[in-house]
Design a protein around this ligand. Structure first.
Ligand code: HEC
Length: 171
């Protein structure tokens, strides 16, 4: 190796060594800065603290007699949209709300509202039979009368009132 080459290699390794030292210093400085800012901020972040506390809190909460147990109160579910169908108040209202769908036009073979000819043979069966058919459902020659007109959530008394109304207008 010539003298020139040795000189080059010496200078070159010195520069590389210096660069490594500088890089390590920058790394160390970055760690120190991060430790005082980022890491600390993360651990002190209210959201982080809250979520950690949420995760590590005990599963079971015990009521202690004589202590303040208000934190254990079960909150009522938020009132959602009303899913229950409106309940008609009497026979005519029931007819308008439910029976009307088929009985107004004779849809699916239903005896039409106020159609005396259509209702006469049915009324002849007697009220008990009509109540029974309206409550339990009935499949005749004309079509299918669903139980309670499809509103099985309604009371028998209300359905009977609806039958009374249909019959009174069909007589
Ligand atoms: C989905 C359509 C539909 C709805 C809604 C409906 N009905 Fe009917 N209803 C029928 C059909 C169809 C018949 C005729 C069945 C047959 O005789 O073949 C019928 C027949 C009847 C009869 C006569 C039964 C018999 O023995 O001849 C009564 C009473 C009656 N419905 C009452 C009601 C009342 C009360 C309501 C409302 C609560 C109602 N219906 C709602 C379709 C309906």
């Amino acid at each position: 190796m010539s003298k020139q080459d040795t000189h080059f290699l010496n200078t070159f390794s010195m520069i590389i060594g210096l660069l490594i030292v500088v890089a390590l210093m920058i790394f160390a400085l970055a760690r120190v800065v991060a430790d005082r800012t980022q890491v600390k901020e993360v651990y002190e972040d209210p959201k982080y603290v809250a979520s950690t506390e949420e995760r590590i809190k005990p599963f079971v909460r015990e009521a202690v007699a004589g202590k303040d147990n208000s934190a254990m109160q079960i909150e009522a579910a938020p009132a959602g949209p009303a899913i229950a169908l409106a309940v008609p108040k009497d026979g005519p209202a029931l007819y308008e709300a439910v029976c009307h769908t088929c009985h107004a036009t004779g849809l699916a073979g239903a005896p039409k509202f106020g159609d005396h000819a259509a209702w006469a043979p049915r009324i002849a069966k007697g009220k008990a039979a009509l109540y029974e058919h309206a409550l339990k459902g009935f499949t005749g020659t004309a079509g299918v009368m669903p139980a309670k007109g499809g509103r099985t959530d309604l009371t028998d008394a209300l359905i009977k009132a609806g039958v009374d109304y249909l019959v009174s207008k069909g007589q």
